[in-house]
Design a protein around this ligand. Structure first.
Ligand code: SAM
Ligand code: FES
Length: 346
């Protein structure tokens, strides 16, 4: 038995089918809602992919444990902190510490890195290292962690189960609840066009973001990686890639106050222009890659990832030019959540 569609689902499905003039109107509306609620600043969050070790086996992910072709690396704590120290001078007011899901880089060690960055810089600290027990999140929060990114990937529990041998959708949503209860600013999101999803899944993903009342929402096209079991499984919207932008525009309409990054995967699908277009269709955050250049090729979640040969300062200069060309300006402050302002640790 299929569940009847709600009025909101019907509205989203209608918007996701926009073409021609209706599509232009959708993009205009999304851009003006972004402008009204989030302003013209584009917040820069420098991302350091500090380790590609992962003990999980997500079926789509290039750094899954079963991909033996990956040269594994983990940056030293001193190296991470040294790279973070360089960000404020480049206009980047947040550091995002991202890695696979692995116990190798200890919870205590990461806590110490967070503490040092908070002590030695003005940066807001975002962490993105997957599902962890509540006491670990609490400890990182005490160390000064401001935000956490953990995508739910898909709102369809059965599809989630097929793609993730290591955890369930309920467990992931539980992690998001724990983080919220600790007063951490919470980011989540999903991939667009996973094999096995339908446009109804996409509508449900957008509604789940709204229902979770997220502070930040990262979404991006799914891109098949040849070293994974889904290597031959194309994106559902391969013949209609405009859907990636419709999704971001509708996401903005349903989440007017959330920070929405123009994620890197948009540039992989539309080289050189994807992230700029996303910023004109609802997004307000850019995450320049700050990973040392010698590790970038080893953190390939999907093929075609941009900027693998540029170093952090080249990426920083490039992003400032892109922002200027859009007639926008880099965010001056940390770009904390519009929803939980004042709740971040000192
Ligand atoms: N381990 C952390 C976690 O799981 O949240 C952070 C790293 S994880 C590799 C970062 C994100 O990359 C995932 O949430 C997923 O959405 C995205 N990703 C992985 N493989 C991808 C693919 N083939 N295409 C597009 N995005 C992908
Ligand atoms: Fe690393 Fe999924 S494969 S978190």
């Amino acid at each position: 038995m299929t569940t009847p569609r709600t009025a909101e689902t019907r509205e989203i499905l209608d918007l996701l089918s926009a073409r021609g003039k209706a599509l232009e109107e959708l993009y205009c509306r999304a851009d003006s809602v972004r402008q009204q609620h989030m302003g013209d600043e584009i917040f820069l969050r420098g991302i350091i992919e500090f380790s590609n070790l992962c003990s999980n086996d997500c079926l789509y992910c290039g750094i899954r444990v079963s991909n033996r072709d990956v040269r594994r690396y983990t940056m030293a704590a001193d190296e991470i902190v040294a790279h973070a120290r360089e960000l404020p001078a480049r206009g980047q007011t947040t550091v995002v510490l991202q890695a696979g899901e692995s116990p190798v880089f200890g919870d205590d060690e990461l806590g110490e890195v967070i503490r040092r960055i908070k002590r030695e810089t003005t940066l807001a600290v975002t962490v993105s290292v997957g599902n962890r027990p509540l006491p670990v999140y609490r400890y990182w929060r005490e160390c000064g962690m401001d935000r956490y990114l953990l995508r739910f990937e898909t709102s369809d529990p059965e599809l989630f189960r097929r793609l993730h041998p290591d955890c369930s959708l309920d467990e992931r949503v539980e992690c998001l609840r724990h983080l919220r209860a600790l007063g951490v600013q919470v980011g989540s999101g999903f991939m667009i066009g996973l094999p096995g999803e339908t446009v109804e899944t996409l509508a449900a993903n957008i509604l789940l973001c709204r229902n979770l009342d997220l502070d930040m929402i990262g979404i991006g096209p799914y891109i098949p990686h040849p070293g994974t079991p889904l290597g031959d499984a194309p994106n559902v919207y391969r013949d209609d890639p405009e859907m990636f932008f419709r999704a971001i525009a509708v996401l903005r309409l349903f989440n007017p106050d959330a920070h929405i990054p123009a994620t890197t995967a948009f540039d992989a699908v539309f080289p050189g222009s994807g992230r700029d277009l996303a910023l004109q269709r609802g997004a307000n955050v850019f995450m320049p890659n700050t990973t040392p250049v010698e590790f970038r090729r080893d953190y390939q979640l999907y093929p075609g990832k941009p900027c693998v040969d540029e170093d952090a300062s080249q990426c920083a200069t490039c992003v400032l030019h892109r922002i200027e060309a859009l007639g926008r300006k880099p965010g001056a402050g940390p770009g904390h959540s519009r929803k939980s302002a004042g709740k971040t640790p000192q």
